[in-house]
Ligand binder design. Sequence first.
Ligand code: DAH
Length: 361
Amino acid sequence: MEAKQQSDQVQAEFLDAIETALDLTALETLRVSVLGRKGRLSELMRGLGALEPDQRRAAGLVFNLLKTELAQAIETRRATLESEGLLAELSKQGIDVTAPVRPEQSGTIHPVNQVLDEVTEIFADMGFSVAEGPDIETEFNNFTALNIPPEHPARQMHDTFYFRERSDGDRLLLRTHTSPVQIRTMTAEPPPHRIVIPGRTYRHDYDITHTPMFHQLEGLVIDRDIHMGHLKGCLTDFVRSFFEVEDLPLRFRPSYFPFTEPSAEVDIGCSIKDGARLIGVGEEWMEILGCGMVNPRVLHNCGLDPSEWQGFAFGVGIDRIAMLKYGIRDLRGFFDCDLRWLKNYGFAALDLPTIGQGLSR
Ligand code: DAH
């Protein structure tokens, strides 16, 4: 018989059967009986050896074409049967609500956010509310109104990022501290004020304790009879509850800020042992925030009468106190977005063990 005839015969016998095979087992039986080692087509191919070279080549081509065609048909049918099988299987199954949950990767709270939450919570408990302002500020709010005129050396000290000068000669800038929100608050609404202002701040600086973007928390209290005793009491309570050391030694050291008069810096007692800083024990002092009584000039710049209104303000570096409380040595890690760092220093979103204890009690 001619090779073509033989091939047609095998094709007629198997192709249709393959395309309509009822299940994967039937399909496999068909595959073995046509393409398997002892299958029909393999048998025909074995017969090629007895032919003359010319005939052998021609017949080989015909059989190979059929082999490819049948193999493809088998794969197509297999894919169809498999997906039908999966659908049928799925439609038979209900949802097993008792199945164990797949372990999920859970994120962590960034130490800066954690500390911002901790700090605002402490002040919220003291009756403060939260205010915010934009990262892009005017020179007036960031400097001038805070009693830092253009020629004032503090303007240079802040290493400011400026935007291009506008046609009216004004320059916008990235705020160098959160203090401009004091101005925004006092010019927007009448006193009394009792606010904290968390936010991002920017300075042209980069080393182990400085990054061009960092975080501050500003505080402002304005009322009719606020005095330095309020400032001291409020900040002492804050620092002690933040560091969770009840008798943490604190000192208010005279200092200078253009926007406060008198001004002070707050130091906390600490010591350094084996390279690690211990808070609340030892002979050393470490500065952690700036504060003071709001300068009457600032009140005046905001349209308030200093003989009627007075108050205090303070500014804390959030990243800095986060480093101190949680023993983080290099500030730059805060903003490198390295997952290994975040896993190590991050905080669980939910303190599940506490909830567990709460429920079982
Ligand atoms: N703005 C100051 C800074 O960035 C911090 C500061 C000091 C803020 C004293 C205040 C303050 O409100 O009273 O260095």
